[in-house]
Write a protein that binds this ligand. Structure first.
Ligand SMILES: Cc1ncc(C[n+]2csc(CCOP(=O)(O)OP(=O)(O)O)c2C)c(N)n1
Length: 362
């Protein structure tokens, strides 16, 4: 129903909970008990605390690089929770809340950003693909997996994540087209955080919304308030159900905002105003759900502080583990590019060894 009511041509954004944490469409509220609501909230808080710590470690020179998730927690957690254990998540690189919701542990995430590729080794039984940095390349993989699932009659749905900038890549068009033609069970989940590094959404595409791109490829689409976890959950849940029942793909645009930098190498004050950022801080997805939970008598300030502390401790322990176990041999960079080292890589490795000998380190 919501996909008809919010057809992208109608230019309406789907929202259930407003910025004050009030439920404005109670008839569409998902049927969730206290435990499930708190699980959602806890995952968002864990995302935030894990993210804040990572940024601090990177700024202390202890982590290689990092892509912050601040402000995007509801989009990530709400969407991932709509998947079943049997379904696949195919990420880009800014998906912390979704990884945690799928059961990826903090030490794996930290290990990856520490520069250790073992962070990409997804544990057995968790259906998540490794980080994909080449923008939009993962969309092809997502459609391929979904098509295989369909051909093998497996009922596995695939949710793939990407940013607004990714929709300007050729890979996006190819993946969407294939999914539309072959009706693959793929959910294209776009976190429209308004920027592709320093390029604002408006300079990125002439489309009025990302959601309307669904129409050209013959699939349902919707723009949801990405800072409203209930709207995200309901929209993705319906898309997952449709895909599982043979109804094909869906494009979901989660309208949100990256409150932090693109990565730790970026300075966002050079391309956007403080006023804009301040205005978006008022739409904070976690504050919004907190207000709702407190009004419903499901959370107190004291409990909230305890939850945050619990996840700060987990993050600190995870990073201790990474610093104790995460060092890599620089030689590995040359050794594991290919199954066998190419002559060029062998030459480079020799050069590197020579450099170490020069420094008296080898
Ligand atoms: C094919 C490709 N081109 C360029 C880059 C450099 N790059 C890294 S992130 C990024 C912007 C991506 O923006 P978006 O898809 O909106 O995702 P966001 O970073 O906002 O989450 C670019 C251009 C890349 N990683 N891959």
């Amino acid at each position: 129903m919501i996909y008809e009511d919010y057809n992208p041509m109608k230019k309406k954004m789907f929202q259930i909970m407003n910025e004050e944490g009030e439920i404005i469409q109670p008839q569409l509220m998902p049927d969730l008990g206290k435990e499930e609501l708190l699980k959602m909230y806890r995952l968002m808080v864990q995302t935030r605390e894990t993210d804040k710590k990572a940024l601090l470690y990177q700024r202390q020179g202890r982590m290689l690089t990092y892509a912050p998730n601040l402000g995007q927690e509801a989009a990530q957690v709400g969407s991932a929770l709509s998947l079943g254990k049997e379904d696949w998540m195919v990420p880009a690189f800014r998906e912390l809340g979704a990884w945690l919701a799928r059961g990826i542990e903090v030490n794996m995430v930290y290990l990856y950003w520490y520069g250790n590729e073992y962070g990409s080794k997804v544990p057995e039984g968790i259906k998540v693909l490794p980080v994909s940095v080449p923008i939009a390349s993962q969309l092809q993989h997502a459609v391929g997996i979904a098509w295989a699932s369909k051909l093998q009659e497996k009922d596995e749905v695939v949710m793939t994540y990407f940013g607004d900038g990714a929709t300007s890549q050729g890979d996006f068009g190819e993946a969407m087209n294939w999914a539309g033609v072959y009706q693959t069970p793929t959910i294209f989940f776009c976190q429209n955080n308004q920027f592709a590094i320093s390029v604002p959404r408006g300079s990125q595409t002439a489309s009025e919304t990302i959601a309307q791109k669904s129409i050209a490829y013959g699939m349902p689409g919707i723009q949801v308030d990405g800072n409203d976890i209930f709207a995200v959950y309901v929209a993705t849940k319906e898309a997952v159900k449709r895909a599982r029942n043979g109804g094909g793909p869906t494009l979901i645009e989660a309208f949100t905002y990256r409150l932090g930098a693109h990565t730790t190498s970026d300075d966002p004050t050079r391309y956007r105003s403080d006023q804009e950022v301040e205005a978006w801080k008022k739409k904070d997805p976690i504050d919004r759900m907190k207000k709702y939970l407190m009004r419903e008598g499901l959370l107190t300030e004291e409990e909230d502080e305890k939850i945050a502390q619990e996840y700060i401790n987990i993050a600190e322990d995870a990073f201790k583990y990474v610093e104790a176990n995460g060092e890599i041999e620089l030689e590995d960079i040359f050794k594991y590019q290919f199954k066998e080292m190419t002559p060029q890589l062998k030459e480079q490795l020799e050069e590197y060894k020579e450099f170490l000998r020069g420094r008296g380190e080898a």
